[in-house]
Design a binder for this molecule. Structure first.
Ligand code: GLU
Length: 428
């Protein structure tokens, strides 16, 4: 598939259709689950710092609320499209079902590049987004959260706007909030740590000692940073990471065979999460091409950036040493690349299982907000570990029992749970 023609929603539907047929779902259930329940498209007009006006395009897609309120993040991305948001909303439905939390799936987006916007302009976009969907979201309807290029600061502006409109305190309307204003300890770490909890379990199954492994990461955002952190704490050696470079408008890969030092790399990283190339070179990092992260002779690959990164063009570059791919990003691997991964006999931990730690902790955040009583970080991470470990093993065992690819096993569990909910509600 050529990169230009990549459509994430078509890919999500293709993945769904294949498993829905295997499960023998009836036509009405398939029709219901292969398209979003509802979606909102809107303009967000903003007065820019220079006094001019600019109109940004925003979206919220609610794929399914059969198992509970829709749940999922909001992305700020210059290449955002409604089909990307639709795919991501659908994957959220499978994600919440996979880890068995009482929530559905949704996603939001704004076509914008926060790296080129002031904080005041970003605040205006956040408040404008909420004004457009305030009637259609809520703690018992649809609960947004952070995603690519959105942060706890964005979440609290959004919560504040929602509370102003409704006139009530509603911390459960949004998750990923700052600590002390309704946020949960451990939420920042949750997605990256969840990725590594799954990886740790998979290595046990494969009989590999994590201390003897090396890994290469794609992306240097929140997910990747905390995944590198925990993987290194458990004794693994991260040797490679790719990172977006806004000056060059492309990504760059950093490599150190002795092992990356996260603290050191963060000390030469700006507030947009970009590593300073020349400072990294001074620290002894080799500077490679952005696409080189996938070519490394490592045991583990962790795509933790965006969708469509392991595709028909890049998958043949995966080294024969790779034993596990754990997907920190949403939708990083295309169906064509899945076939290549299967033929290479690599153990794949699919996205909506591997990166479900974020939404699981969001669920804990909501629970704590509802009780108005907050847990310690240890308690949050322990509960997170249990959820992720159980979900991983359920998928692994099904994949062994039915002799199917891990992604298909995860889909079988999630789709069955959601299909059962829509049936029991009497929708189809
Ligand atoms: N954006 C994250 C994801 O893709 C977290 C969603 C949430 O916490 O609701 O899973």
């Amino acid at each position: 598939m050529a990169i230009e023609s990549f459509n994430p929603f078509h890919m999500a539907q293709q993945q769904f259709d294949a498993v829905a047929d295997k499960l023998g779902l009836d036509q009405a259930t398939k029709d219901l689950l292969r398209n979003p329940d509802r979606e909102y498209h809107f303009n967000i007009p903003i007065r820019m710092d220079d006094g001019s006006y600019k109109v940004f395009r925003g979206f919220r897609v609610q794929h399914s609320d059969a198992r509970g309120p829709s749940k999922g993040g909001i992305r700020f991305h210059p290449q955002e499209t409604v089909d990307t948001v639709r795919a991501l909303a659908m994957w959220m439905t499978w994600k919440t079902a996979c880890v068995d939390i009482p929530l559905g799936g949704g996603k939001g987006g704004v076509v914008c590049d926060p790296r080129n916007l002031s904080m005041r302009e970003q605040e205006a976009i956040c408040r404008g987004w909420i004004r457009q969907v305030a009637r259609n979201i809520g703690p018992l309807q649809d609960v947004p959260a952070p995603d690519v290029m959105t942060s706890p600061q964005h979440m609290i502006w959004m919560m504040d706007e929602y509370e102003k409109i409704t006139g009530i305190k509603a911390p459960g309307v949004i998750t990923g909030k700052p600590i002390g204003i309704g946020g949960s300890l451990g939420r920042t770490e949750a997605t990256g740590y969840g990725v590594i909890y799954c990886l740790r379990e998979s290595l046990k199954n494969l009989g590999i000692d994590i201390k003897n492994t090396t890994a290469s990461f794609q992306g240097f955002g929140n997910v990747s940073q905390y995944a590198i952190d925990l993987y290194t704490q458990l004794g693994g050696k991260a040797i490679c990471v790719s990172c977006w470079d806004n000056q060059e408008k492309k990504s760059v890969t950093y490599r150190k065979f002795d092992g990356l030092n996260l603290k050191e790399l963060l000390s030469v990283t700006n507030k947009f999460g970009e590593i300073d190339k020349s400072k990294a070179a001074d620290l002894g990092y080799e500077i490679l091409d952005g696409g080189d992260w996938i070519k490394q002779e490592v045991d583990i690959l962790v795509p933790a950036a965006i969708e469509n990164q392991i595709n028909a063009e890049t998958a043949p570059n995966i080294a024969s040493t790779v034993k596990v791919i754990v997907e920190g990003a949403n939708g990083p691997t295309t169906p064509e690349a899945d076939e290549i991964i299967k033929s290479k006999n690599i153990h794949l931990i699919p996205d909506f299982l591997a990166n479900a730690g974020g939404v699981t902790c969001s669920y804990f955040e909501q629970v704590q907000c509802n009780m108005n009583y907050f847990w310690s970080k240890e308690e949050v991470l322990e509960k997170l570990d249990t959820k992720m470990t159980n979900a991983y093993h359920a998928v692994y065992e099904l994949s062994k029992e039915k002799n199917v690819y891990m992604r298909d096993a995860a889909y079988m569990i999630s789709i069955s749970r959601v299909a059962e909910a829509v049936k029991m509600r009497g929708w189809v």
